[in-house]
Design a protein around this ligand. Structure first.
Ligand SMILES: [Zn+2]
Length: 68
């Protein structure tokens, strides 16, 4: 027989325990070139620069939401 919990966990207890479970969001830093949020230690996917140098060829300039 499989081990079973002896008592029912109240919803409040269960929720209290789960209050510490959080989604880990990716850490984002603003790009110094175009100020869009990008991952740290990665070349910017929007302007293709890393540490002030162009390291990626960006085929099409990305249009940011709200930008004309
Ligand atoms: Zn950028």
């Amino acid at each position: 027989m499989a081990p079973l919990p002896k008592k029912k966990y109240p919803k409040a207890r269960q929720r209290q325990r789960r209050s510490h479970i959080i989604l880990n969001l990716p850490h984002l830093v603003p790009c110094p070139q175009c100020r869009t949020l990008r991952l740290p230690h990665r070349a910017c996917p929007v302007c293709g620069t890393y540490r002030g140098r162009t390291v990626l060829k960006v085929e099409e300039p990305h249009r940011l939401p709200g930008q004309r």
